[in-house]
Design a protein around this ligand. Structure first.
Ligand code: ATR
Length: 262
């Protein structure tokens, strides 16, 4: 029987998830149908419950429902609990399970580029949900130090306070965006600046050797500056594929190779 999946969000038209999951299915021989569902802002819970009531197997959750999905779950993975956000849902023994595959998607995408996270120093720009979701997976991949730089310093400080205990092997620090300096192996743009068309200005005193932009398909002043400095740099398409592969593997028990879909 064809397994039914969906991604729920608002807006949803831009989602690449159906084409990715259908491509994984074709490669691995899984019989599935994956649809997009646009849900009103107050309709996430009823849409998700209705999908599972009709024997749907799994749901991906995107903006702005990841925190609501987190709150609905009966069981959470460790990384979803730490992220306080869920992008992957499934039912098991009558219980709603939730995971967050975004951070592992980023780690897998960086590793696929041959970027070595072990013992690395990482600077993350932004202190919103996108940053929260990737700290624990980056730490698990071996980051020695993660500095969170945010326009609103207090939000970065709050994240450090919330997450330090979860990543005891990694030094977590907060800083403002203004006073950025120092040398990092990786800088990751997790602000929403590229999504809103805002410019991010990286100071000359900031040295970095690789740049990862979480957004994709948008002009990015962050990527432009990395390219001007001739630093290896990429947009977030690999992360998108990586999180989809993780979800596919949870639901279907078979894991496509990231490099086949980049
Ligand atoms: P998400 O869940 O995608 O992380 P969010 O929680 O709204 O979204 O967080 C957006 C992040 O981008 C925040 O860190 C925000 O900085 P503030 O906390 O100071 O608001 C950051 N951000 C958005 N626009 C920015 C800009 N033009 N320059 C710098 N940082 C920006």
């Amino acid at each position: 029987m064809t397994k039914q999946f969906a991604v729920i969000g608002n807006p949803i038209e831009q989602s690449r998830s159906p084409e990715l999951h259908h491509a994984f299915a074709a490669k691995t021989g899984v019989d599935l149908n994956y649809q997009k569902i646009l849900t009103p802002l107050d309709g996430f819970e009823s849409t998700a419950k209705d999908f599972f009531a009709r024997n749907g197997v799994g749901i991906n959750v995107t903006v702005p429902f990841k925190e609501q999905a987190f709150a609905l779950c009966d069981q959470l993975t460790e990384r979803a609990r730490i992220a306080k956000a869920v992008n992957t849902l499934w039912m098991q023994d009558g219980k709603l399970h939730g995971d967050n595959t975004d951070g592992q998607g980023l780690v897998a995408a960086m590793q696929a580029l041959g970027w070595h996270l072990d013992n690395s120093r990482i600077l993350i720009l932004g202190a919103g949900g996108a940053t929260r979701g990737v700290i624990y997976p980056l730490a698990q991949a071996g980051a020695k130090q993660i500095v969170i730089a945010n326009r609103t310093l207090a939000r970065a400080e709050q994240l450090v306070e919330d997450l330090s205990a979860a990543v005891p092997q990694t030094e977590l620090k907060a800083t403002g965006l203004e006073q950025l300096s120092g040398e990092y192996d990786f800088v990751i743009n997790a602000t929403s600046a590229s999504l809103t068309g805002d410019t991010l200005q990286l100071p000359e005193s900031l040295i970095f050797h690789h740049a990862y932009e979480m957004a994709y398909g948008k002009p990015s002043s962050f990527l432009d500056q990395a390219q001007q400095r001739q630093v290896p740099a990429t947009d977030g398409y690999g992360m998108l594929v990586g999180q989809a592969i993780e979800a596919f593997s949870i639901w279907n028990g078979v894991k496509p190779e990231l490099k086949d879909f980049l």
